[in-house]
Design a protein around this ligand. Sequence first.
Ligand SMILES: [Zn+2]
Ligand SMILES: [Zn+2]
Length: 273
Amino acid sequence: MLPPDNHVHTQFSWDAPGVASMAGSCEQALAVGVGCVAFTDHLDFTDWTDGDLIGEENLDPRRYPAMRLLDVTGYLAAVEECRGRYPDLRILSGAEIGEAHMFGASAAALVAAARFDRVLGSLHAVPFGGRLTAADELFGRLPADEVMRRYFAEVVRLIEGSDVFEVLAHLDFPRRNWPQAAGPYDEAAFEAEYRAVLRALADSGRVLEVNTKSPLASVTLMGWWRDAGGRAVSFGSDAHQPWRVGAKFKLAVDVVEAAGFRAGRDRFDFWRL
Ligand SMILES: [Zn+2]
Ligand SMILES: [Zn+2]
């Protein structure tokens, strides 16, 4: 039995490809031995309300024209339907909230109403040039190491500025787009920045995600998480297509176990020290 996949997207995500399917993801989970999935569709805000930092900082939040707010009612109905259809699978509701520190009031109101089981916090964009700019877009404009440093600094702001999420998703997201011309990506070159992120996360008692869509975290990196006081790990495939549910989980389990984390008595819980 593989760990819970706590990071799966469905047709309700605004960036979902045509093949995205909640039901298909349930069937894949059962087929590959993932006994529990959390459907964490994107919750990205394209507008702000009073109390959102982004308004005070006067930043334009729109990065992609396709971005639209999650249909929470439709999403929750689909989760209920899948729970009825796949009784052998534990299905958690959830969301992946983008830049929650920028949309504090909006995010708090929505999460309180939806009563999600799993809430992931993500940073996909950083303030640059008067707007929230997609992290991967920055590589053409700034030196590669500068992009990572800005990203990590903003992740610390995210953690310290929002308590609406429980799990920090893909902590080094721009690494997915690290330019070849900059040479191989080296975690050690950013050790201080990783440690600052991990300390902030551990200090707030939250959970680190091992994301298997990103290049896999090393055992050394998971050791930095322990050093920081981190006690819990979440596995996430970040699947946008059903066939990716649980992808690379055996490798991820090896890394997380090598760092000393184990499945708990409740196999649907996070892995802990
Ligand atoms: Zn994400
Ligand atoms: Zn995601």
